[in-house]
Every structure is written in structure tokens, then in C-alpha cells.
Design a protein around this ligand. Structure first.
Ligand code: FAD
Length: 366
């Protein structure tokens, strides 16, 4: 069947652009997705991410619940499990702050004693401090998700770099390497390129750019039946901002520290040695905290990070004359829900106030 001419352009085939484009198709809106490189190989690259509901901002807890519901729908429709059923574990003092917010929002989360924790996370060393599990959290199967969305989009996805987007006579003109086209609306999901394209329409987005590294380790012995994700704020094993997520087959665990190294205005990394230091600290953490892993990493993932100044999980969507610019960090868990809201706005519905930058979604409560 011949496709109709696209109404909406999406710039970028990371998880946000792919989710937005798929949500447009769900609404019957034709779309063209521009990707300059390989889909899902920017900030969305690598195997696994954490899906968790725990956030300091209760509005973001609810927004994540919306996203989880869309994950379920898409898993079913695409025929691919997108999130493991292993739960998201947190240990350390953050548990006392997070658990009441989760329970108030109706998220299935509860405390774990040390035996229950060992059952959820057999790779973890003995620990008897505060611990909890978010039962509907878990490891996102990132590569399976990107692959399924790319397949669903088919030849709506084109390999091309967008140089500019601008409003022209009530439409949006998109100029890319090989073509100039006009659309009813455009959604710029270009990751670290989003604020650059926003400047072409006079918007200045206060995004902070940084570089980050995460290591992946092999699980020793047979793969455990269950391998929850981990967030460790305890300091018991020498670090306070640790996150980890499992591969779909439970044979690998990717571990990172929440630190980043800043990037200059021209895009260059300020102190590349910081990345080596972060990687060394992550490996040292593994040798202390996760005896169930082989401490020699099997994969190293370097990546760019784009964060809003109001919080690690902050999200904002800037809008100018039919062009939307979503920005934030830790967007994998939000992507299906965010994609649906961006698709609705690109199709002519109002953008929810919660997503506007003035709402500072994801800001920790004062
Ligand atoms: C190591 C690591 C761990 C993380 N852990 C988590 C986690 O546990 N949970 C979570 O929810 N999130 C996590 N995140 C964050 C999450 O992965 C990102 O927020 C998310 O992937 C961003 O997706 P995106 O689509 O906005 O950007 P990207 O994936 O970067 O996609 C943008 C795409 O746009 C393309 N592009 C850019 N400019 C142009 C142009 N001019 N023309 C055409 N194409 C263009 C790029 O090539 C790229 O493919 C983590 C990130 C990293 C790196």
C-alpha cells in the first residue's frame, strides 16, 4: 500500500524520536524520521536501562506510571518484552524518601529484608541496610525496543542530517543534506543536537552537556533466575550514586556511577581523564559490592548526557510555531509516554502544561 505524504517530521531516531514517530502512526498521522547515523546509537545506545518509578518529584512519579502503561501496550502489540519482570531495587538512605512517595502514588513498592534482597540480587554482597523494590520496575531491553520500533517505521526512517528547521508560512521547513521539505509540524528529538537546532529558530535552551561512561560485567557462573536493577545510595561499598541494569538473559550487568564530566560550549570534553577515573571507580565498586560479577568489564559504553539545570531527571519541551523540542536526561523510561504526548501535540492538541519548561518537571520538591 502506498504511504500518504508525511504530515510531521521527527528529527532523530533515538528512543524519544522513535517513540514519538510510532505514537504518530498509532494516531494515523504519517511521519518522516531523519537520522544522521544509526538509529538508537546516540544517548540511547548500549544494552539495558533502568525503568523505575522512584523520583523526588511526585508529578514525575505519575508521569512514569503513564509511561509504564504505554510500555505494556507496546510490548503486547510489538510482540517483544520491553521491560524485565525482575523489579527495580534501591538500597541506602534514599529508600526512606522514595518509598512513601511511591506508595502514595499507588506504585507496588515495598521494603526488602536482607534475605529477600539476596534473592532479588544474587550478585550483591551481603547488605542489611534499608532496601526496597519497585515491582513494576526492571531492566529495559533497549536493543529489542529500538529494533522493534525501527521495523515498525520501515521506510519512514531516512538516513539524513538535518541542518535547520524553521516556520515558513504556517508550515515547518526542514532542510537536510539531501532534501528540503515542508510539514505541518516537527518534533526535534536530536539528543545533544536538539539545542543546536533550537537556536535556528531563536530558542536558547539551558541544557547542560556532559560525557559519561558505564561498564558492563559478566555474571559469574549460571545466569540467575532473577536479576533486579540496582540503585545504591548507601556508601557501604564506597560509592553513593550507583546504578545498574541487567541484560535480558541475565548474563551481564551494566554498572555506572552518577558522575559526568562537563563539555565545553564547542562540544569538546573538558577533562577526558575524568572518564577514566569514573570507569576505575565503577570497577572498584563492582569488586567490593558485586562478587557475583567478574570484575573485568566486557564492554565500555561512553556517551553524551544532556541535563536540564533543575534535576537529574528533569524534562522540558520547548515549542515554537509548530516545532517541539523535548530535552532532558534519563528519558528512556519516559520515552513511550512522552512520545504519545509529543505526538498528540504535533497532531494539533495542546502540549500538556506539565511538560512546558516553566513546570520544571522532575525538579526535587523545595
Ligand atoms: C550510560 C547511560 C545510562 C543511562 N541510564 C538510563 C536509565 O537507567 N534509565 C533511563 O531512563 N535513562 C537512562 N539514560 C538516559 C537515556 O538513555 C537518554 O535520556 C535517552 O536515550 C535519550 O534519547 P534521545 O532519543 O533523546 O537521544 P538520542 O538517543 O541521543 O537520539 C538522538 C538522535 O538524533 C540524531 N541526530 C542528532 N542530530 C541530528 C540531526 N541534525 N539530523 C539527524 N539526526 C540527528 C542522533 O544521531 C541520535 O541518533 C542513560 C544514558 C546513558 C548514556
Amino acid at each position: 500500500m502506498q504511504q500518504a505524504l508525511p504530515d510531521v517530521a521527527v528529527v532523530g531516531a533515538g528512543i524519544v524520536g522513535l517513540s514519538t514517530a510510532y505514537a504518530l502512526l498509532e494516531r494515523g498521522v504519517e511521519v518522516r524520521v531523519y537520522e544522521q547515523g544509526a538509529p538508537g546509537n546516540g544517548q540511547s545506545g548500549g544494552e539495558s536501562r533502568i525503568f523505575r518509578h522512584a523520583h523526588g518529584d511526585p508529578r514525575l512519579v505519575r508521569d512514569t506510571q503513564d509511561s509504564r502503561a504505554v510500555y505494556d501496550e507496546w510490548s503486547e502489540r510489538l510482540g517483544v518484552p520491553l521491560i524485565s519482570g525482575d523489579g527495580a531495587v534501591a538500597i541506602g538512605p534514599s529508600v526512606d524518601d522514595s518509598l512513601p512517595l511511591l506508595q502514595e502514588a499507588g506504585v507496588a513498592a515495598h521494603r526488602l529484608d536482607s534475605a529477600q534482597l539476596a534473592e532479588r540480587l544474587p550478585a550483591l554482597a551481603s547488605y542489611d541496610g534499608p532496601a526496597m523494590v519497585d515491582e513494576r520496575g526492571g531492566s529495559i531491553h533497549t536493543r529489542a525496543m529500538v529494533g522493534a520500533l525501527v521495523e515498525a517505521l520501515g521506510d519512514r526512517l531516512v538516513t539524513d542530517e538535518v541542518l535547520s528547521v524553521r516556520p515558513v508560512g504556517g508550515e515547518v521547513e526542514v532542510r537536510s543534506g539531501g532534501r528540503t521539505d515542508r510539514y505541518r509540524a516537527a518534533v526535534v528529538c536530536a539528543g545533544r543536537g536538539t539545542d543546536h537546532l533550537a537556536r535556528t529558530v531563536g530558542l536558547s535552551i539551558p541544557v547542560e552537556h556532559a560525557a559519561h561512561v558505564r561498564l558492563t560485567f559478566a555474571v559469574r557462573g549460571a545466569a540467575p533466575a532473577r536479576l533486579s536493577t540496582l540503585q545504591d545510595s548507601s556508601g557501604v561499598f564506597g560509592e553513593t550514586g550507583v546504578y545498574a541494569a541487567a541484560s535480558a538473559d541475565h548474563t551481564r550487568f551494566a554498572v555506572g556511577l552518577s558522575g559526568h564530566t562537563p563539555v565545553r560550549e564547542d562540544g569538546s570534553v573538558l577533562a577526558p581523564g575524568d572518564l577514566e577515573d569514573l570507569a576505575r571507580r565503577a570497577a572498584r565498586y563492582v569488586s567490593r559490592a558485586l562478587p557475583g560479577l567478574d570484575p573485568d568489564p566486557v564492554e565500555v559504553r561512553h556517551c553524551w548526557v544532556t541535563r536540564l539545570p533543575w534535576g537529574e531527571d528533569g524534562i522540558g519541551v520547548w515549542e515554537r510555531e509548530g516545532i517541539l523540542f523535548p530535552v532532558g536526561h534519563n528519558l528512556f523510561k519516559q520515552a513511550p509516554g512522552l512520545g504519545r504526548k509529543l505526538a498528540a501535540a504535533a497532531a494539533g492538541e495542546p502540549l500538556p502544561d506539565l511538560l512546558r519548561p516553566e513546570a520544571r518537571l522532575g525538579a526535587p520538591p523545595a
